[in-house]
Design a protein around this ligand. Sequence first.
Ligand code: SF4
Length: 677
Amino acid sequence: MGHRWEEEVRKVFAVGGPMARALAGFEPRAGQLRLASAWAESLARGEILVAESGTGSGKTLAYLVASVLSGRKTIVSTGTKTLQQQIVENDIPLVREALRAPFSCVVVKGRGNYLCRRRWKLFVAEPLFEFSREAGYYEGMCRFAGTTQTGDISECPGIPDDFHAWSEVNARSETCDASSCQETDRCFLTEIRRRAHAADLVVVNHHLYFADLAVRRKSEGSPDPAGKGGWVRGGEVLPAADAVIFDEAHGIEETASSFFGVSVSLARAQELFRDLKRAAAREEKAWRLIPSAAEAFRRAADALYRSVGSGDGRFFLPRPGTDRTFDRLSSELLRTGEELSRAVSATPVSLSLGGNDAGEAESLLRRVDSFVEDFASLHRAEPATAVVWGERRGNAVALQRTPVEVATLLADGLWSGGFPVLLTSATLSVSGTLSYFRERVGLAGVDAREMIVDNEFDFAGKALVYVPAGLPEPGDDAFPTSAAGEIAKILGLSGGGALILCTSYRTLGAMVAILRDVLPHPLLVQGDAPRMHLLRAFREDADAVLIGTGTFWEGIDVPGESLRCVVIDKLPFAPPTDPVVTARIQAVRDRGGDPFTEYQVPEAVLALRQGIGRLLRRSDDFGVIALLDHRVITRGYGSVFRENLPAMPWTRDRSAVSDFFLRFGMGRGSGGEERVR
Ligand code: SF4
């Protein structure tokens, strides 16, 4: 203690204090006050604070109030859009009202969300749409480009999530050459950077935070030996700050892994080919060498990407020297890429092309070179520290190089103290300690304060875990059919209102194929519509059933009776055939550890806690968790999962589920009579 603001934080959350005056029904909560005070202290002392704080604990208000009162410029990074929206739309206005203090807050998104004025000018000169169905949006785009103050695509009405033409006009870094751009004074990126620089709070997501950090690392080499450089210095988009908060911090290992790695996709090669062809068509004489070199590059890329993987999913890429076809196709792609680079640099663009086109030529050359460099770097990966793999989804294929572990990368300079960082989430602890999380993100050997704020919700009185008896093992071929039959019976008792979380796309597909025919409730399926639309439909229809996998395990916040049942197909162990998971398992083994107890079980425990966390979102919520994997009871390791869930009743008897819903006035009785909600 000792700073004025630490005392003020206590007053804000006191009975009858400013928060109580701003928020109807506010009641002081011990956990919220503990977190706010601890973060105020960490801000004052320049400490790292790792804090698990459950849903409903009011953690966002706690850290925002402490940050604002400290006067320290703070970056708040979230894992999901849902939380970002909640912070900006609900929490910030509330903190303003409570503190009656003027402070500014800016949301900064990834560069790809903003319009690039230079590329827009080029596009308008020749508005070609790769997909003719998108041409109908041209007028709306023109109106947006002419009126927008921010250049943010989300302000362009009616544009679908998968709008391909946006990739031709957005401000992503590989297409931007600010040094030769004549639009920098009016550039939306310049403007958002300026606003972020002046703001007290900057709200971003983990993707942007780590993308920015990765750019800083690339341009600066290793982190500042003084230690704190990585956080303190400004990056490509983000400004320097005095403190950083990672909310939903359980996701930072995955995000950091993808941004400290390299991704080379077929789409990237195809876009490059398209843009080169268009540029060449505009200046035929000057660019005469380009079309044939670009065509050779495109053919080589197509051949290589067609040859890797089989069917949808992730796969290992062959190591150099282990697969002759892959080696030959790789060499061909590198050779044609290098020739293309020579052809572009030999073109006298600066003489023949003036104005914005000179910038375009520079940026095309950079894109060719960075593609070649990234592709070559896949082959240079050290097996002990990086895994090289690919992923195919339909026609989309991406090849990646991912660090096996990011702990050292993050610890190396970023966590070295003297700079306040808060890492918080509802799911960080395993078996009552934060050691597992700290180890994964490089905080094991670093001084950091810890706290665990207990869950505020009454799981014991308002939730029930049901593990059906008689279902086959999840790996059994008969499992999807039996599980779908069980789900239909459970939903008969709840009257719908369920979120079904699957652990793989395969199970999702199998379940949907059966449930579509048997459920009397509307079935909303991941992938059938954008996530936002599905969630809206789910919220609006209390009987609807939402089914998904992957990202649906987190960030879904549906309070009230629309979500009264969470069904989980099986314990969410990461598939051991996944290349990144395999490499991490091997890394634990190489250290002499037991990958199952030291990596696979803790990961699955955290994932299960995330999934279960979707059920109770408000103090008056109630519901059933149906866990269809009996291994949680029958296997020795099941006890780790059971101990890590909030204390609540468990049953294997479906009639207890029926009684539970009847107790809350929902669903049907065992005789089938409908109950009034
Ligand atoms: S500075 Fe970069 S992003 Fe901005 S308008 Fe110019 S090229 Fe586009």
